[in-house]
Design a protein around this ligand. Structure first.
Ligand code: 13P
Ligand code: SF4
Length: 359
């Protein structure tokens, strides 16, 4: 077995040897042993932008999950290789919407609403996919007048969609969709859920006529663990605590929190707070623990007392990072992620639409 110190040294040595030829991107949820080697650390939106920002690098090593590496491949240059250190690092939420089920849903919606624009030129439905989805779904959005969003720009993206459409089909995360639409003043009754196993998604034609946002039945297994009871307990034990959660949490949790936002929002809120603040944070544990170590002037703890890591983010073990970097140093590209040409161009269209929206 290779020791942690040995892996650390191998990564450092390979990185030094490669220099500017390689850029390492790390999501906030990565473990510390990986994050410390990253050239950019950020949320999924910032990392998508970072992937575009180093066209000179031969390779982008993405310490995150599969859909993020696909996005980096779409936004980087054609000769740049995007590498995912462990191919088993997927996202269970992204897997909850597959291209066939979404196409089937779209067909039923087209039959119900027709395809003609209204008097204002708005499409009957605009598809919006959360970044946490396969490139095939991003391509579906690109082909059908739709767009991608992340947790940091979901409201601005929904506004973009409502300028162009009467309704939105939002997948895969029901919670981000519901929380964002609710904050925009859309009533819950106008947000039916689509269950892909049932005709009309389990809805009546009347409910669907009144719909503004159709929600897909997906969720994040990490964020759905947070509860209102945990918030009540944190408030009882820490008077004055600031509760801050990710918008992938269920709506009652977001409503009971003081504020919600993307991983970058959470980190910036903590950085800007006066010394001596107390934060209960509803997001992945590696990030919360790192924030607690980084800001010793505050008290920072995770809302969930039982450890809640994202098990797939955690699959990027430093051993894999050492392996891919040493491969690159020896002229071998391991675990390259390439979006097939058939889907790449439409997926890029949906991503570029998102990058042009100012939150
Ligand atoms: P953000 O990085 O956009 O906040 O998303 C969190 C997440 O779940 C990534 O998988
Ligand atoms: Fe997917 Fe949730 Fe993990 Fe993010 S935290 S990668 S949404 S399972």
């Amino acid at each position: 077995r290779t020791s942690d110190a040995e892996l650390e040294e191998r990564i450092t040595r390979a990185k030094e040897f490669l220099g500017d030829r390689v850029v390492i991107l790390g999501h906030f949820y990565q473990r510390d042993e990986v994050v410390r080697h990253a050239d950019f650390v950020g949320d999924s939106f910032q990392l998508a932008r970072a992937a575009k920002s180093r066209p000179d690098a031969e390779a982008i090593v993405f310490c995150g999950v599969h859909f993020m590496a696909e996005t980096a491949d779409l936004l980087s240059g054609p000769d740049q290789a995007v590498v995912l250190p462990n191919l088993a690092a997927g996202c269970s939420m992204a897997d909850m919407a597959d291209a066939d089920s979404v196409a089937e849903c779209w067909e039923q919606l087209s039959a119900l609403y027709g395809e003609a624009p209204d008097a204002l030129g708005r499409q009957p439905v605009i598809p919006v996919t959360y970044m946490n989805s396969s490139a095939a779904l991003k391509a579906f959005c690109g082909e059908n007048g739709g767009i991608v969003c992340t947790s940091s720009n979901a409201a601005a993206v929904l506004e973009w969609a409502f300028e162009r459409g009467q309704r939105v089909l939002f997948f895969p995360d029901q919670h981000l969709g519901r929380n964002t639409a609710k904050a925009m003043g859309i009533p819950l009754a106008a947000m039916p859920m689509w269950n892909p196993r049932l005709p009309l998604g389990g809805n009546t034609p009347q409910t669907l006529q009144d719909a503004k946002v159709l929600l897909w039945n997906g969720f994040c297994s990490v964020h759905k663990r947070f509860t209102v009871a945990q918030i009540e307990q944190a408030r009882a034990e820490h008077p004055g605590v600031r509760v801050i959660v990710h918008p992938e949490c269920p709506m009652p949790v977001v409503d009971a929190a003081d504020e919600s936002g993307s991983t970058d929002y959470i980190q910036k809120a903590i950085a800007a707070a006066p010394a001596g603040s107390t934060f209960a944070v509803g997001t992945e544990i590696n990030m919360v623990n790192r924030l607690a170590a980084q800001y010793p002037q505050h008290t920072i703890f995770c809302l969930d007392p039982v450890i809640c890591p994202c098990s797939t983010m955690y699959r990027i073990h430093p051993g894999y990072l050492a392996w891919v970097l040493e491969g690159l140093a020896a002229g071998q590209v391991h675990n390259r992620i390439t979006v097939p040409a058939a889907t790449a161009s439409a997926a890029r269209t949906a991503l570029e639409r998102m990058l042009a929206v100012r939150p």
